[in-house]
Structures are given as structure tokens and as C-alpha cells.
Design a protein around this ligand. Structure first.
Ligand code: ADP
Ligand code: MG
Length: 699
């Protein structure tokens, strides 16, 4: 029955069916059933009329209908009825459907009335209430939580309002059998977690009779949803490990050792060592590596990447490293090619701006094996870029790349795909990581290199502008460099650019040449100009850089110790955190100053407070998740994994952890799900496979 088209339901003609398909993406009866309510109206108790007060939201009351009167005429014509219980009375008012009411309402009969009371003149009245006779049956049905579904204006107005929708669901339930909603959670889990069965859950989630029923149904369905995701991710991971072979990097050789022992300008932190060890183990295992390295800004991911690439070279392979922006890619190139020269490793740079002969030469040297490491932007994955033997591909700040782009990397190497190392400085809340990266191996660099002074973060408003100017001057006098960042958001691009240019002019006026040099960098500049401005700052030739978020990712200027963020309330938390990470890279005390307007929404206030309170990226990520919800966290937008039906990753961390633990337990014990108590789970997972193609690998 659940596979039947929606038009099968009584009251749904072809026209309505089409509207439902279009607006709700619902095609079958089952689709409709599985569109769950997103909230409920509590109709579980009758309210005494005398208890209605100003704070009362909607109420359910029961009383005797006294009189029905028609008052006024023309536009003001209305029907007024008075209803009374043992404690008092309210008036019911209608401006529409008056004739029908007059004919059908029974004076003297008992009614159940639902609506939102308003105080009018001397007593409460309820405009356009829902009402029905208080007979036995209606009374039973009235006392529930009434479900509210996501809908559209059009559907509401054209015959599928919430009441009609409820009726359709009730119609489905009339015919629905227990066997239509078979259980698939293994019995041992059902009893361990005291879950209600699947059929009960779907009935109760639509029409819970009590808070308790609602809670039971919700918990069961959330668990089910998260459990299925975890089963799939973990099975995918197992499958990948058993079926996708990889190049085996069996030795750690000359280049690695020479660099590590004699050239590395510092010693690695324990966290870096640990992660490098994890990577080395992967690389030698004969299975394709798919590892995510999470590490806060400044935790030293680049050097870990470089050392990993050297292992590749020592085993006769090439490596590449892809970064999301030209600036960042260049900076990686400049830093690493200096290292490369020390040990005779040839590193080249490729981006869209490398053209003509130069590009042709690079492509040639790449395929001949002349080049050991190629660093660049997404230009690396274009089809003409062919390697002799790519063994390892590193992706910095992967969330900037689409799934398809990443997929292209896979085809750059034969007979096995290259090992993939994905690096991100955007700490992801645990619940999100478990979902988004549940099929990857994850390493965390949870330690900063020694000797860094914590960054001092301040939140200032407009009336501290003069103080800001004085502060900038003091810091420059000490020889420091300053970033000033403006938001630039696509929707308000023009205004934002004006803002930026205005800010730039003000700064130039306050800090005039020749004593001061100010550079400016934004996305609208040509690459050459951008590079020129950037280079002036990197080389210490100018003290202030005014910029948009193009400097957000990865830029490294140790002498820059002040980050000023204008209109900081307009940035997301993770962006603010990223920006702040641009300073605090040298030995000096660093500052991040968040400028904002005086008036702030409570969310913005919490955002800025969080920044002032902590520099821990993971803590910040948790707050970000709470404030913005999973769909808006950077890096998650492309993932179908987060279109959850009922679970909420910001709130259901415990259920998620339980689901993952139990999924791991099951797969450890019965990897092929062939035990009798796992057969229905196996069936279910196979069945939903065909609907779930949005799931794709991370790299
Ligand atoms: P991120 O993780 O943000 O990419 P980087 O790799 O850019 O960080 O490293 C930030 C800075 O810290 C660089 O200047 C780098 O040379 C330095 N660095 C990295 N590891 C160490 C270490 N173990 N000790 C001292 N400095 C380090
Ligand atoms: Mg980096």
C-alpha cells in the first residue's frame, strides 16, 4: 500500500496529487506517511474558561453553546456565539461562513472548541475557532497533540490545509497494517534501549495521545534514522578497506630521513608525531588511505603534509597538494619549495593563472616525472594535468571543494587511486564529524606548537574607534603588522565593497604615507595586483593590510599580530575563528579586535562573547552548531547526509553516539549481517540503497 501513488487516497484527485508532488516532493502514500510533523498543538487537556488569561496561547475548552447572533452588516457582518462552562464564558466570532454557521450550530448543545483567545472589550473571545460537537467519539479524538506539517502557502489555500492533511494520514492509518512497517532494528537493541516498535512509532509520531507517547516515538525514530546512517557509513568504510587497494609505500627513505633529521627547523609536537605515524601506517597498508586531518589554525598541518609527501617520493611516487585559493596555494608553494631545495626535491606550482609555455612545460615535466610535487589550486584536477605516477594527493581545506572535484583526483593514478589526505582547519563538532566523515579515518592535531602566546580577543563598538586608532599606532610603532578585515557577502557585494574602500581611505588618512604603507586585497582585484599587494605585506613593506576574507585561509605572516575585524557580527563563528588564526603565529603578544555596532541580536552577542571567551576551535564549533544548525555549518552544505527527517545533530549527540557504538558492535560481531537477528536489518539497508544515492565519498 505504501508504494501506491498518492492519488490512491480518497480526496486526492489528479490535480491535487500533482500539487503535492511538486510542493512536498511526495509521490507515494509512503512518502506522505514519512513526512513527519515538525510540531504539535497540545490538545491534551481542556482549559477552564475562568483560567484563560493574557498569557494563554491556544486553548481547548468544552462548554454549552448559548446563543448565536448575527451582528452588523456589510464588511462588518459577523456571527457571535457565546459558550459557557461551569467557570465562565467566552465569545466565539466568525467573519466568514456565517450562513453555514447559523444553520448548523446547535444552541444548547455541548461543544469542544479550540482556538486562540483574545481580550476584546470586556471579555475574551476566540476568532474563527475550530469546533465540533462534544460527543463521545469527538471527545476521544480531541484529546491529542495535533500534528502540524511543513507545507506551502499554495497547498494550504488549495485544499490541503492542516486539517485535510491530518485526515489523509488518518485515512492511511485505517488501512495500514503492522506488516506494512516491518521492524528492522535487531531485537537485542530494541530491548536494550527499550524502543517501541516501528509501527507503533509511526502511528504515535503523527497522533501522540500524551507527551510520553510523543517522546517514545521521537526517540525511537531518531535512533532509527541515525543508526541507519551509521550502519551505512561503517559498512562503506569496511567495504572500501577490503576492496580498494592502494599503492604500498613500504619504506621510509632518504628524502624523508634527510629532511626530518637534518633540515626540519623545529621539532614536531607530540600531536604532529602521532598523526604522522597514523598516516605512515595507512600508507604502508596496501589499502587506499582516506584520512582526514583536523587541526586548529596554526597547529602545523602543512609540515605533516610535506613529510607525508616525502614518504611518497621515497617510494618512487609523485605527490600533489591542492588548496582552495591562489594565495594559499602560492604560500604553500613558496614555503615548501624552499624546503624542497634543501633536499633536492623538485616542486612546481600550477593554477589558472599559469598559462602558455610555462604551463605546457609544467605539464610535460609532470608526465615525465621531472616534477616530484605539484602544488596548486583546483587547476590540478583538470583533465590535461597528467602525472607519471601520482601516489598521494593532499587537499587543504577540503570543504571548499565539491565532491565531484575531489572525485576527479581518484582518476589521476593507475592502477590504484592515490592515497588521499584531507586537511581541515575548521574543527567540526563531533556529531557532525561522525556523520559527515563517518566513513573516513580521522586524525586530530590537538596541540599547538610551543611558545605561542594566547591571542587576546576584545570586542569593541563604534564609540571605541578613536581608541582603536591609538592602538593600531602603538602596535605599528612596536614593529608589528595589522590586518583589517571587512565582510564581503555576495548578496550585498556592492555595499560591502564601498564599505571596504571607505575603510581603506580612512585608514590611509589616519596613517598617511610615507611613514605608513597600507595594502588592500579583495576578490575583485586581478591576480597580479592581489599578489603584488599580498607580497608587500608578506615582505613587511607595509604595516596594514585592508582585506576581505580572501586572507581567511592559511595565510602565514608571523609578524602580523593584530587582526581587526570590522562588522564582525556579520561573520559566522567559524569564519571569525579562522580569521583570528591569521595572527598569533610569531613570538609576540597578538590581538584580535572584533568591531561591531552597539546594538546586537542575542545570537550575535553570544557569537562575539564566545570568541572573547575561548580560542578552542572545537568549543567554538559546538556553539556554531547550536546557533546556526547543522545545515549552515561550513562544509556541510553539499552533504545529503544532513537532510535528516527527525534527528537533530545539534541536540541528539547522545543518541548519535549510541547509534554509532551499537553499529560498530554489530559489524564487529557480524560484518556481513548474516546472523538471523540481523537479516531484517540487512534487507532494510539494501532496500533503501536505491533511494540514497546522495551519499558520496568524501574524496
Ligand atoms: P596550519 O595547521 O594552520 O596549516 P601551518 O602548517 O601553517 O598551520 O603552521 C603554522 C606555523 O607553525 C608555520 O609557521 C609553521 O612553520 C609552524 N610550525 C609548525 N609546526 C611547528 C612545530 N612543531 N614547532 C614550531 N613551529 C611549527
Ligand atoms: Mg594550513
Amino acid at each position: 500500500m505504501l508504494d501506491l501513488p498518492i492519488a490512491y487516497l480518497k480526496g486526492v484527485g489528479p490535480q491535487k496529487a500533482e500539487m503535492i508532488q511538486k510542493d512536498l516532493n511526495v509521490f507515494t502514500v509512503g512518502d506522505l506517511l514519512w513526512q513527519l510533523p515538525f510540531r504539535y498543538i497540545d490538545k491534551t487537556k481542556f482549559t477552564r474558561i475562568a483560567d484563560i488569561n493574557e498569557e494563554t496561547e491556544s486553548v481547548l475548552i468544552k462548554g454549552i453553546l448559548r446563543r448565536v447572533e448575527i451582528i452588523g452588516d456589510g464588511a462588518k457582518k459577523r456571527a457571535v456565539a457565546r459558550i459557557r462552562d461551569e467557570s465562565g464564558f467566552v465569545d466565539l466570532v466568525w467573519f466568514k461562513g456565517i450562513n453555514w454557521l447559523e444553520k448548523n450550530l446547535e444552541s444548547g448543545a455541548a461543544y469542544i472548541v479550540y482556538g486562540k483567545p483574545q481580550f476584546f472589550n470586556t471579555n475574551y473571545s476566540i476568532p474563527h475557532p475550530e469546533m465540533e460537537l462534544a460527543n463521545e467519539e469527538n471527545q476521544q479524538n480531541a484529546l491529542t497533540f495535533a500534528p502540524i506539517y511543513a507545507s506551502t502557502e499554495k497547498l494550504n489555500n488549495r485544499g490541503l490545509d492542516v486539517k485535510a492533511r491530518r485526515k489523509l494520514i488518518l485515512q492511511i492509518f485505517e488501512k495500514l497494517k503492522q506488516s506494512d512497517i516491518p521492524e528492522f532494528i535487531p531485537p537485542q537493541i530494541i530491548s536494550k534501549l527499550k524502543l517501541i516498535d516501528r509501527y507503533q512509532a509511526i502511528v504515535k509520531i503523527h497522533f501522540p495521545k500524551s507527551e510520553e507517547e510523543l517522546e517514545q516515538a521521537t526517540r525511537r525514530l531518531k535512533f532509527e534514522e541515525l543508526f541507519v546512517i551509521q550502519m551505512r557509513l561503517l559498512m562503506l568504510k569496511k567495504l572500501r578497506k577490503s576492496s580498494i587497494k592502494g599503492h604500498t609505500f613500504s619504506i621510509v627513505g632518504e628524502k624523508f630521513n634527510e629532511f626530518y633529521k637534518n633540515k626540519l627547523p623545529f621539532s614536531l609536537t607530540e600531536a604532529q608525531k602521532r598523526v604522522l605515524k597514523e598516516i605512515r601506517k595507512d600508507l604502508g597498508a596496501g589499502v587506499q588511505m582516506n584520512r582526514l586531518v583536523q587541526g586548529d589554525v596554526g597547529s602545523g598541518k602543512t609540515i605533516v603534509a610535506f613529510l607525508s609527501m616525502l614518504i611518497g617520493l621515497d617510494n618512487g611516487f609523485q605527490a600533489c597538494m591542492m588548496a582552495p585559493t591562489e594565495i594559499l596555494a602560492r604560500q604553500h608553494y613558496e614555503g615548501l619549495s624552499a624546503f624542497g631545495e634543501l633536499i633536492g626535491v623538485k616542486i612546481e606550482f600550477l593554477s589558472g593563472s599559469i598559462k602558455g609555455k610555462k604551463r605546457a612545460a609544467i605539464l610535460e615535466d609532470l608526465i615525465s616525472g621531472e616534477i616530484d610535487i605539484l602544488i596548486g589550486t583546483h587547476a590540478l584536477i583538470e583533465d590535461p594535468v597528467q602525472f607519471k605516477n601520482l601516489g598521494l594527493a593532499i587537499i587543504d581545506e577540503q570543504h571548499r571543494f565539491g565532491v565531484e572535484q575531489r572525485g576527479k583526483l581518484w582518476n589521476k593514478s593507475k592502477p590504484f587511486p592515490p592515497h588521499i589526505l584531507v586537511m581541515t582547519a575548521t574543527p567540526i563538532p563531533r556529531t557532525l564529524a561522525m556523520t559527515l566523515y563517518g566513513d573516513l579515518d580521522v586524525s586530530v592535531i590537538d596541540e599547538l606548537p610551543p611558545g605561542r602566546k594566547p591571542i587576546t580577543t576584545l570586542h569593541w563598538t563604534e564609540n571605541q574607534r578613536l581608541r582603536l586608532k591609538g592602538f593600531i599606532k602603538e602596535e605599528i610603532d612596536k614593529g608589528r603588522q595589522i590586518y583589517i578585515v571587512y565582510p564581503l557577502i555576495e548578496e550585498s557585494e556592492k555595499m560591502d565593497l564601498l564599505d571596504l574602500m571607505q575603510g581603506y581611505e580612512n585608514i590611509q588618512r589616519d596613517f598617511p604615507m610615507p611613514d605608513y604603507q597600507v595594502s588592500i586585497v579583495h576578490g575583485k582585484l586581478k591576480n597580479a595586483e592581489k599578489d603584488y599587494e599580498m607580497q608587500r605585506f608578506v615582505a613587511g613593506k607595509c604595516q596594514i593590510m585592508v582585506a576581505t576574507t580572501v586572507i581567511e585561509v592559511g595565510v602565514n605572516v608571523p609578524n602580523a599580530s593584530v587582526m581587526i575585524i570590522e562588522n564582525s557580527e556579520r561573520f559566522g563563528l567559524s569564519q571569525l575563528h579562522q580569521l583570528r588564526g591569521r595572527v598569533g603565529r610569531g613570538a609576540d603578544q597578538s590581538f584580535c579586535i572584533l568591531m561591531s555596532s552597539f546594538k546586537l541580536t542575542s545570537d550575535s552577542r553570544e557569537k562575539l562573547k564566545t570568541m572573547v571567551r575561548t580560542t578552542n576551535g572545537f568549543e567554538i564549533a559546538e556553539v556554531d552548531l547550536k546557533l546556526r544548525g547543522p545545515g549552515d555549518i561550513e562544509g556541510t552544505q553539499q552533504s545529503g547526509l544532513l537532510n535528516l527527517r527527525i534527528a537533530n545533530l545539534a541536540k541528539d549527540g547522545i543518541i548519535l553516539q549510541t547509534a554509532r557504538d551499537l553499529a560498530i558492535e554489530i559489524l564487529d560481531f557480524d560484518p556481513t549481517l548474516s546472523a538471523p537477528n540481523h537479516l531484517s536489518l540487512k534487507n532494510h539497508l539494501e532496500q533503501i540503497k536505491k533511494y540514497a544515492n546522495v551519499w558520496s565519498r568524501i574524496s
